[in-house]
Design a protein around this ligand. Structure first.
Ligand SMILES: NC(=O)c1ccc[n+]([C@@H]2O[C@H](COP(=O)([O-])OP(=O)(O)OC[C@H]3O[C@@H](n4cnc5c(N)ncnc54)[C@H](O)[C@@H]3O)[C@@H](O)[C@H]2O)c1
Length: 238
């Protein structure tokens, strides 16, 4: 298939739902071959060795991996003092440890080929301190910090490392959950607060996040590394 990612291969973690699914669809539409990692099928990426197994599966399928999108994540969003040991750990594990472990697993392979595009999904809430997001922001802030450090360390290895930081994004799954009342009532307040912070006065669409990831995955972004690309309707500026 022709397109800006023709001939490239990509792994998208958490690619079965929400933003990750839109990213996988966009990379496919742009010509890449894409492997999505699914929690149920591929395991918990925050645990030791799971990321290495995913890497081996991807190399076994494609021969090599050009693009890694660390999208797996999502937080337990609640007031800080209402977190439990379990929700604190889950929030850090699912967002930071998944990304760290995948980077550690895929970077040696990318370095040996002197080519790689890593795109980590961060969060706008790191910048604007959104309601109930402190613990989640601790994890996503870690992802932002990991990104700049890796970008510098691997800058001469043909590898770029960037963040796409979405503001509140209305995924199909979240829209359904908000409609059918399966989310905690307080989450309605959080999404109202999140929307109020956005000058464009609406949440992002999944395709808008995927478009930013697709750009960073291409050769056109070869001189872009260590950046946080905010896709946020203006909710913070510069
Ligand atoms: N939706 C938003 O408003 C929003 C805003 C900013 C950032 N983000 C980030 O975007 C990414 C996608 O979010 P989404 O809204 O599509 O959520 P989602 O819950 O639909 O998707 C998250 C995916 O990550 C997977 N996952 C989570 N923990 C995992 C683990 N330990 N191992 C393997 N897979 C794991 C889940 O199975 C799921 O497929 C997340 O990193 C999220 O933090 C979302």
């Amino acid at each position: 298939m022709s397109g800006p990612l023709s001939g490239r291969t990509a792994v998208v973690t958490g690619g079965g739902t929400g933003i990750g699914r839109a990213i996988a669809d966009r990379l496919l539409a742009d010509g890449a071959r894409v492997l999505t990692a699914d929690l149920a099928e591929d395991g918990d990426l925050s645990a030791p060795d799971v990321a290495e197994t995913l890497r081996d599966k991807a190399i076994g399928t494609f021969g090599a991996v050009d693009v890694l999108v660390n999208n797996a994540g999502g937080g337990v969003i609640r007031p800080t003092l209402e977190h439990t040991e379990q929700t604190l750990r889950a929030t850090i594990d699912n967002n930071l440890w998944t990304t760290l472990r995948c980077c550690l697993a895929f970077l040696p392979h990318m370095r040996s080929r002197r080519y790689g595009r890593i795109v980590n999904i961060g969060a706008e809430s790191v910048r604007n301190g959104l309601t109930d997001h402190a613990v989640y922001n601790a994890a996503k802030g870690g992802v932002h910090g990991l990104t700049t450090g890796l970008a510098r360390e691997f800058a001469t290895d043909g590898i770029t490392v960037n963040v796409v930081a979405p503001s509140y994004t209305l995924t199909p799954e979240l829209a359904r959950a908000l409609d059918d009342g399966t989310v905690p009532p307080r989450l309605h307040t959080v999404v109202e607060d999140a929307t109020a912070l956005i000058p464009m006065a609406r949440p992002a669409r999944v395709g808008e996040i995927a478009a930013a990831v697709a750009y960073l995955a291409t050769d056109a972004a070869s001189f872009v590394t260590g950046q946080v690309l905010s896709v946020n309707g203006g909710s913070s500026m510069c």
